[in-house]
Design a protein around this ligand. Sequence first.
Ligand SMILES: Cc1cc2nc3c(=O)[nH]c(=O)nc-3n(C[C@H](O)[C@H](O)[C@H](O)COP(=O)(O)O)c2cc1C
Length: 180
Amino acid sequence: MNKILVVVGSGTKMGNTDQLADSFIKGATDAGHQVHKVNLTEHIEGCRGCGACQRNGNHCVLNDIMQEIYPLFKEAEMLVMASPLYFWSISGRLKSFIDRLYAISTEDEYPHKDTMLLMTSGSKGFYAFEQAVSFYRFFINALGWTDRGMILAKGCKGEPGHRLIEEHYLLEAYRLGKTI
Ligand SMILES: Cc1cc2nc3c(=O)[nH]c(=O)nc-3n(C[C@H](O)[C@H](O)[C@H](O)COP(=O)(O)O)c2cc1C
């Protein structure tokens, strides 16, 4: 049994990305893992780079949803990051979450995590996720983390309230969760 933290960086609850994350969570829960999901729909500030966290025992002075996430992150063995593709990159919310992890580092060392990436895009283009995946691979490698899989769901249509993600992606996400 693994402890898994799923962070959803979409502003849309029950949107394409949220649905993809939920399918993954269903699979992981069915497989007996303990999963915590956090939607970054609430206010999340960007890292100010003040460095206070490095002087006061890894405590970030910004008082927002990250204060709930830090303890969950600490105890999780696996971190699953979910995001819509925004201008060929991850969402600003997810990027802020990643930047704010600086608070738990000590001399640029981070506790090891297994990681996964779940993304959705409107485009069906072959290279749609190129920049986002490149960033993901680069930063987890820099932190010494280990990629355990990705689902990149293209051609997700819809407007708020009427989201549409192809069913086979949801099945893929379920299977990924089930086979961790
Ligand atoms: C601000 C914004 C930027 C977007 N940028 C892209 C993009 O660069 N490429 C793309 O294929 N889709 C883009 N999309 C479409 C979303 O990635 C896609 O609809 C996604 O599935 C929405 O996820 P959600 O339902 O979780 O909000 C963008 C959507 C928004 C709102």
